[in-house]
Ligand binder design. Sequence first.
Ligand code: AMP
Ligand code: ZN
Ligand code: FE
Ligand code: FE
Length: 291
Amino acid sequence: MTTPEGATAGVARPGHVDLHSHSTASDGSRPPAAVMAAAHAAGLAAIALTDHDTVAGIDEAAPAARALGLRLVPGVELSAVEGSVETHLLGLHLSRPGEIEAGLAGLREMRRERAQRMVVRLNELGVRVSFDAVLEQAAGAAIGRPHVARALIQEGWATDLRDAFDRYLGNGRPAFVAKDNLTVADAVAMVHRAGGVAFVAHPGHTGTLARLEALAAQGLDGVEILHPSHGAEDVARLRAIADHLGLLPTGGSDWHGADGGPRALGSMRVPEEWLARQDARIAERTVGTRR
Ligand code: AMP
Ligand code: ZN
Ligand code: FE
Ligand code: FE
């Protein structure tokens, strides 16, 4: 069933939240206010907006959420690097997003230059897509591979997103260019500077006790347990490790605008109690600072 907002209604039950979503401020397909409307339509008690390398969507999302009686958790998704492996971090509960705006602007400039290099690679492969076409798709957002993919589709060089990633843009494919990412310690520090708590996003099978212990030693506060890419074994292991290490739990659909399937908004049925535990950790930390 589809609501006027285009979201699938009734995916979530009361008492559930979704703490990972993207809007047109990065590579999602809906504007921030439409993400809020979809979260409300899905029956969620709270939604976190976690765009890649930007907090620009929060200003539009906040009044929309307020009008709907929906709680908005201000967030961001950062890409970091451990050795040569890209790791995503979620910063949630950013009470001072302005503190990191300059740092995020630098990351977006890096994304723009990287997109330019991807266009050069594509041109060398005979794919005559222009950087202007990519900029048009991004429309001022933090540029990601999905915008390059949409330009390829628009100009007839790929049939759909999957085709564009399979043939050109996916990791290790001929037009793939790695991002110049932050270290994990710098990304965690950035989240803390903005007043937030830092989670490792969708670790999947790489979320082992040894790795999460190492991340916790670098200041990580929690782990994303519920995510569409996780199987039942991942969820069980991550829950046990989070309990063992005292890491906060989080989860979400990583919504980019899909209407149905495992990546529909609210599909992860994240309990509101996890959000309450995050709130409690922040309250504890605030009391600690005041002493
Ligand atoms: P970037 O941050 O520019 O490297 O782009 C990563 C984003 O591309 C992810 O957040 C997804 O939204 C999207 N993405 C990554 N791999 C694929 C894929 N194989 N098919 C479709 N979208 C993908
Ligand atoms: Zn994305
Ligand atoms: Fe991610
Ligand atoms: Fe994401």
